[in-house]
Design a protein around this ligand. Sequence first.
Ligand SMILES: NC(=O)c1ccc[n+]([C@@H]2O[C@H](COP(=O)([O-])OP(=O)(O)OC[C@H]3O[C@@H](n4cnc5c(N)ncnc54)[C@H](OP(=O)(O)O)[C@@H]3O)[C@@H](O)[C@H]2O)c1
Length: 302
Amino acid sequence: MGQRSFQEMVEEQKRGMPPVVKGDLIGKTVMVTGANSGIGYEAAKHFAAMNPTRLIIVCRSIEKAQDSINKIEAETGYKNAEPMALELSSFRSISELQVNALGPALHAILLLPLISKTANRHSVVPRIVVVSSEMIFFANIESDAIDATNTLETLSSQEYCTQEIMKDRYTLSKILNIMLVHKLAALLPNTTVPVALNPGYCLSDLRRKASGEEAKRYKQMEDEFAYTSEEGSRQIVFAAIGGKDEELRGAFTSYSKVCEISDWMLSEEGKKAEDKTWTEMLELFRKLDDRVPQIIDEYLKI
Ligand SMILES: NC(=O)c1ccc[n+]([C@@H]2O[C@H](COP(=O)([O-])OP(=O)(O)OC[C@H]3O[C@@H](n4cnc5c(N)ncnc54)[C@H](OP(=O)(O)O)[C@@H]3O)[C@@H](O)[C@H]2O)c1
C-alpha cells in the first residue's frame, strides 16, 4: 500500500514489533552511528551480542562513544567495540534537513571505497542501512521547491524555514533518506545493499526538545502506543542482517518486511524530486570535501 492514514499507522503499531533477527557476525564489521542513545544504542547492543569481529561505535565525540562502549560491555560482555567521532552537522549552515539527510548521505558516500574494497576482497555483500520513518506517508516536498532553480538551497532559505513549514522538515529529511537509498541502489553494483527502514514510533531522546502542545501530543502518543528503543532497534538489525539481499536492495522496510513507499514518492513529481535533490547533493558534496569528486567518478556511475 503506497499510502497510509494515521489510524492505520496506530493499528499497525499496536500489533507489536517482530522479534529481533539473530546471526553470527564473526568476521564481520558493523558500524553504528548515533550509537550512544535511543535505537542506535539498542541496535549496537544487539550487534554486540552477535560477536562481530569489529563493532565501531560512532558518536558525536570519542567520550560519548567510549561511555557507550563501557555500557555495551557491561551489558553484553562484548569487548571489541571501537570508538569513533562523527559530527553530522558540520556543514556551513545547519538545519534539521542537513543533519538528518545530508550528513548521513555524505558519510555513506565517503565510506564507498572501503565498502567496495570489502565486498571485492572478502566476497561479501555489505549493507548500508539508513533509518527513515513511517512519517514519509504524511508529507511531500512542495512543488514550488522542486521547480526552483536549486531545491535544497530553496528548502534552506529563510522563506522555507518558517515555523509552520519547519513542522514538516523532519519528514522531508526522512523522504530524502529513502531517495538516497534508491540512488545508491541504482548506481552501485549489486554487491552492495542499501536499505532504508521504519523503526516504528519509539521512546527515545528524539523528541526531548519538544515543548508546549507538541510535547503534549508526543507524550500522549508515547503513552498510547510507543515501542521501546530496543523494540525499534530490531528493525535496524533486520535491515542489516535479515531478509534476502536481492529483496532488500534499494527497499524501504517496516515490521521486518519490504514496504511500498508513498504514492507521492512513486509519482512523476516524486521521481523528479529524487533526481534533482541527488544531483544537487552531489554538487554540494563535491565542493565540501576533496575526496568526493573521485569517489563519484569511481563508484557512482552517473
Ligand atoms: N524514535 C522514533 O520514534 C523514531 C521514529 C522514526 C525514525 N527515527 C529515527 O531513528 C534515528 C535515531 O533516533 P532515536 O529515536 O534513537 O533518537 P535519539 O535517542 O535522540 O538518538 C539520536 C542519535 O543521533 C545522534 N545525533 C544527533 N545529532 C547528531 C549530529 N549532528 N551528529 C552526529 N550524531 C548526531 C545523537 O547523539 P547525541 O546523543 O550526542 O545527541 C544520538 O546518538 C533518527 O534518525 C530518527 O529520526 C526515530
